[in-house]
Design a protein. Structure first.
Length: 396
């Protein structure tokens, strides 16, 4: 009896707190605009209802990735500028630390609501290290809202769901509070434990989780995205679309710019970035760290899980295989044969499930392609966005 009383008191307090939060953030969820679609913020990626609100509309395509989504944000080669006047509405999901497993979970949470049933996953070779995604990075990117919706999705096969649950447990077992939360979620939303108290508890918990992620998104968008500028009304629709970008013109501009900003180092990087960081390694002022990419990285299994979940939900994925910066990794001692083995293993997974891809591995030594040792810019970003546009527009 005492336990039931304590539970009911906690329940009432939780509901009051949730109602207060929701009232404070009483605005509706954000609508699509190119500024919002390309905005980089964890609250945007963590709120399932915020994502499904946008992906349930025509012409909107999710683009999953990591830190490369941010680079070049203010340039004319970034998705924010390139797709501004097209009929394609990119919705970027991810930042540094977001890898295949996190994106697989998000796909499992939102895939049923996608109108276009197409998605892009940009795969970085830097993900495939010993152990795959770091525990700290996965924990920072983890969305309980997405995990619960993933668990509740009956269209995901039992095998794929169990594989996800085991990976999440493996990555969170050293965090006692998080591990307990994960196991409660699995018991409540996957195993569907019965009983009046359990049913009430899990429904209230779900309500609180959804309310928290929704409120955080609305408030952070107000403070961070809308502060300092007012989004233009016409950006919310596609009525001003002018068609396909002029890719050749963009590449010409990128090359012209590249000749200015990347001419004083032998690694195909921006000179400013090279001088700030990388020249210290070349001149021996800093010691090079050992390259620890692993041909047997669990990241390959996580990538395969993303693909399998897409298949469960009848979503057509395109995987973009980003290249190593060949000049820098030659210097680092990662041999071409080792890099080719990585590309081959990714392609083998994609072949197995007949997945479309944009394989940029042949661009390792392309001029004016990289910002630093790994991130694309200039002609690299133009190529990336051209392949994404063609997948959306023409690959039916």
């Amino acid at each position: 009896m005492r336990n039931i009383k304590a539970f009911l008191i906690a329940l009432v307090l939780s509901i009051i707190s949730a109602v207060g939060i929701l009232n404070y953030a009483s605005d509706t969820l954000p609508k699509y605009s190119i500024n919002y679609g390309t905005w980089m913020d964890e609250s945007k990626y963590a709120c399932v209802k915020g994502i499904t609100e946008v992906l349930s509309e025509e012409q909107t395509i999710p683009i999953f990735g990591s830190s490369e989504l941010r680079h070049g944000m203010n340039s004319k080669y970034h998705a924010k500028a390139v797709f501004k006047n097209t009929d394609m509405r990119p919705f970027l999901i991810g930042q540094a630390g977001y890898q295949s497993l996190t994106h697989a979970m998000t796909m499992g949470a939102v895939g049923n609501s996608m109108k276009e049933k197409k998605a892009v996953l940009i795969v970085s070779p830097q993900w495939f290290k010993i152990g795959g995604v770091k525990k700290s990075a996965f924990g920072a990117a983890f969305s309980e809202d997405a995990f619960i919706e993933f668990l509740k999705n009956d269209n995901i096969s039992a095998d794929n769901k169990n594989e996800m649950i085991q990976r999440v447990r493996d990555l969170t077992q050293s965090n006692e509070d998080m591990y307990r939360k994960i196991n409660n979620d699995v018991a409540w939303y996957d195993k569907d434990q019965e009983g009046l108290v359990t049913t009430i508890r899990k429904e209230v918990h779900n309500f609180l989780v959804v309310g928290k992620s929704r409120s955080k998104l609305i408030l952070r968008k107000k403070v961070l995205l809308e502060k300092g500028h007012k989004e233009r009304k016409e950006a919310e629709g596609t009525k001003d679309a002018v068609g396909e970008p002029d890719w050749n013109k963009l590449k010409e501009k990128a090359e012209k710019r590249g000749k200015i900003v990347s001419r004083n180092n032998g690694f195909g990087m921006y000179d400013s970035i090279y001088e700030k960081s990388y020249h210290q390694y070349v001149e021996g002022k800093k010691k090079l760290k050992k390259v620890n990419y692993d041909y047997n990285s669990v990241e390959f299994k996580d990538l395969e899980l993303f693909v399998k979940i897409c298949k469960d939900l009848k979503v057509e994925p395109m995987v973009v295989i980003l290249p190593y910066n060949g000049r820098w990794y030659d210097y680092m001692g990662l041999k071409k044969e080792e890099r080719k083995a990585y590309y081959k293993k990714v392609n083998t997974i994609l072949d197995k499930y007949k997945v479309k891809r944009s394989d940029l591995s042949g661009k390792e030594y392309a001029s004016y392609y990289f910002r630093d040792n790994s991130h694309l810019l200039l002609k690299g970003l133009v190529d990336l966005n051209e392949h994404i546009y063609n997948f959306y527009e023409f690959d039916q």
